[in-house]
Write a protein that binds this ligand. Structure first.
Ligand SMILES: [Zn+2]
Length: 334
């Protein structure tokens, strides 16, 4: 099973927010995105635990956050795809509490919260059926015949679904049981090598939708964003006294200036590519020290000595479960 990564989009948005003024017209939008993405991520993490408990047959593969493209169609996002010798199974997790009902024409999910507040969400079944069709079509195009199934799973204990009987919706704690039944009902249809082939071919065809830089994604003007380094503890902005040390304006922690994190922010939030001069200006550090930092495996360089351009080396960017950048080696500039 692939380890689910802390979403880079969530990490970047969490670091964009402290750089915005509360009166910023986009502040609420970014804040809402953070809440929704975090709730979704938590639900998916809980469903991962249940999949582990399901004791799937060896050689099964679990793919997360997959984008599938079928010629001539819009790409389809899939939270979790389980591939076994018996079937492929799509898991669509919804972390929504309250009373849940389906509305038709147009298909929407209606949620009534405890306090009576009503909100509407996209129907998870529309999303699920599209995902099932896309995976089935993709497999058919590769001449692979296995059943493609799927269901919506509710992550919140406080969800009260009121759906017509027979709808493919369950609580995530039902995942182990459900898989046990599906495995019993479907004899193996392909071999281990085919499972492996499907998993890598699906990863290979991906070109995930790119959210970065966030100013573009949120259509933000960026000139009123704060550029200071952020506190390693609380994400408050740092007041810098020297080129080495700073003090958090929120929690007052004195700390080494987290230059690498700030450079990564630059590429995630402000611009995809930048010259050495632009990077050095952004982090307010001399060119040679900045060039030293840019040698980290987190960055890529292109072009000849005189017009080198830098960008993030995305496959090397890893975020810990606590939402912190994992900096390879020693990040302190001494
Ligand atoms: Zn702080």
């Amino acid at each position: 099973m692939e380890e689910r990564n802390y979403p880079l989009y969530l990490y970047a948005a969490e670091r964009m927010l402290p750089r915005m003024a509360e009166q910023d017209p986009k502040y609420i939008e970014v804040e809402n995105e953070i809440t929704t993405t975090r709730i979704g991520y938590e639900g998916e993490t809980r469903s991962d635990q249940m999949i582990r408990r399901a004791c799937l047959p060896r050689h099964s593969r679990v793919l997360h956050d997959l984008t599938i493209r079928v010629f001539g169609e819009d790409p389809v996002q899939i939270d979790t795809l389980v591939i076994t010798k018996h079937f492929a199974f799509i898991i669509e997790v919804k972390n929504i509490s309250g009373t849940l009902e389906l509305e038709r024409h147009p298909a929407l999910l209606k949620r009534t919260a405890k306090d009576g507040k009503v909100s509407y969400f996209q129907s998870p079944f529309v999303q699920l059926n599209m995902a099932i069709d896309t995976v089935a079509y993709w497999l058919l195009a590769q001449n692979i015949e296995i059943p493609v199934k799927g269901a919506v799973f509710l992550a919140s204990k406080y969800a009260e679904p009121h759906f017509e009987p027979g709808m493919p919706i369950h609580f995530i704690r039902e995942i182990p049981d459900l898989f046990r039944n599906e495995l019993k009902n479907h004899p193996p249809a392909i071999d281990e090598a085919a499972v492996e082939w499907i998993a890598s071919a699906l990863r290979y065809q991906e070109e995930p939708y790119d959210h970065f830089p966030l100013v573009q994604h949120f259509n933000h003007t960026q000139d009123n964003l704060h550029t200071e380094p952020l506190c390693t503890e609380c994400l408050g902005r740092l007041e810098t006294h020297t080129k080495r040390m700073g003090t958090c304006m929120k929690c007052e922690l004195r700390q080494w200036i987290p230059y690498t994190e700030t450079l990564v922010d630059y590429f995630l939030i402000y611009c995809k590519k930048a010259s050495l001069t632009e990077c050095s200006n952004f982090i307010n550090l001399g060119r040679s020290k900045t060039a030293e930092l840019l040698k980290s495996p987190l960055f890529l360089r292109h072009g000849k000595t005189n017009n080198t351009v830098f960008e993030l080396n995305r496959p090397n960017i890893r975020i810990s479960r606590e939402g912190k950048l994992i900096v390879p080696g020693d990040e302190k500039v001494k």
